[in-house]
Design a protein around this ligand. Structure first.
Ligand SMILES: [Zn+2]
Length: 96
């Protein structure tokens, strides 16, 4: 199998259980990170060179890291930092 650069629109990253990922067309979840900006798929060989991250990604990480359970550290594209703060407050996750 040959690696190929995936064409088309930028994939939007999301956070799943504390990890930045993108959903590949083949169905695999590929690890990524705002500081990398790329994702590689070990399922189909796609190379994604333009993954889209939120401008406020550090704020997203800050709020998610307040959550003691890793499985609850989830974020979807479009969710605001304010929404994460509100969810944290609703679940008794304290601020600084
Ligand atoms: Zn793939």
């Amino acid at each position: 199998m040959e690696a190929h650069t995936a064409a088309g629109a930028k994939l939007k990253a999301r956070v799943d259980a504390g990890r930045w990922i993108v959903d590949c067309d083949c169905g695999a979840g590929n690890s990524t990170h705002p500081e990398w900006g790329i994702a590689l798929c070990y399922g189909c060989g796609a190379v994604r060179e333009k993954v889209k991250f939120p401008k406020e990604w550090k704020g997203v990480e800050k709020e998610l890291l307040r959550r003691p359970e890793t499985v609850t550290r989830n974020w979807l594209s479009g969710e605001t930092v304010a929404a994460l703060k509100r969810e944290n407050a609703e679940h008794g996750v304290g601020n600084d």
